[in-house]
Design a protein. Structure first.
Length: 271
């Protein structure tokens, strides 16, 4: 069995399970303040302690997982939904003005990091999780467009594609029936990587106040709230920090394992 895939899937599964369970149960109400019990350490009634408002940190981590996963998942969906067709289209029209427009458009988006895009969107529409999704999703579009185009170009000169062209199939039909199935494995692996980057981006945007807004918990905003209290309540920063690290690590290990598993040239047997 692939060790990276197993470890990555296990780590990722823990946080996905926590996010799903949070829909029906959390140890405490994540919005309930209990000032007399604020800044409690790990252990006791509150397993992971409480924050500066007396809110249960475990409950906030569980609901925060739901926020981070939802934002990253939808953002990656936007990137794949728009980037993959654009990449296939550009590869099918290689060297044409359309290919040039798509690639230069990708370069333009790459010139502006997701944080800058988020600031622009926030200045117009206000800070929210929806705007964070849009910002991260826009940044994902050129990633999938470039990956798809590069993989597709190497296939357009293959014999089975030439046979399909001789048979009279259109470029669009060839892209859907022959090119896309042959690049799906690569796109799945890239999707896993972008998912982990999406969680990091969501945490970063929430940290600077551009992501999910109160009272919705977010790992990034939990870190922002803890930055002035690290000396007296280090658990407030360590717990959401470890949640981000372990989730991103799990997704990257899973992506690495999927790459080995799905690509016969890289497949290895792991004990």
């Amino acid at each position: 069995m692939n060790r990276n895939l197993i470890i990555g899937a296990a780590l990722t599964g823990v946080f996905i399970l926590a996010a799903l369970v949070s829909f029906i149960w959390t140890p405490f109400d994540h919005t309930a303040m209990d000032i007399p019990n604020k800044l409690q350490g790990i252990g006791g009634e509150h397993i992971l302690g409480t924050d500066h408002f007396g809110r249960d940190i475990l409950s906030m981590i569980m609901v925060g997982a739901r926020t981070s996963i939802a934002v990253a998942l939808v953002a990656v969906g936007i990137g794949m939904g728009l980037g993959i067709p654009l990449g296939l289209w550009a590869a099918a029209r290689r060297g044409s003005w359309l290919d040039e427009v798509i690639m230069r458009g990708n370069d333009l988006i790459f010139a502006f990091p997701s944080l800058v895009i988020a600031i622009l969107i926030t200045a117009i529409f206000g800070a929210s999780a929806i705007n964070a999704i849009i910002a991260i999703g826009i940044f994902n579009i050129p990633v999938f467009a470039r990956i798809t185009r590069g993989a597709a170009l190497s296939l357009w000169e293959r014999e089975f594609i030439l046979a399909a062209r001789v048979a009279g199939k259109s470029a669009t039909r060839i892209s859907v029936e022959h090119i896309l199935p042959n690049v799906t494995n690569l796109l799945i692996v890239q999707g896993t990587i972008q998912f982990s980057l999406g969680i990091l981006a969501e945490a970063g945007l929430s940290y600077v106040g551009l992501g999910a807004q109160p009272p919705t918990p977010s790992w990034g905003r939990m870190l922002a709230d803890a930055q002035t209290l690290v000396s007296i309540a280090p658990h407030m920063a360590l717990i959401p920090g470890f949640a981000i690290i372990l989730t991103v690590l799990g997704l990257n290990l899973m992506g690495d394992g999927l790459r080995d598993y799905l690509d016969p040239r890289l497949r290895v047997t792991r004990i």
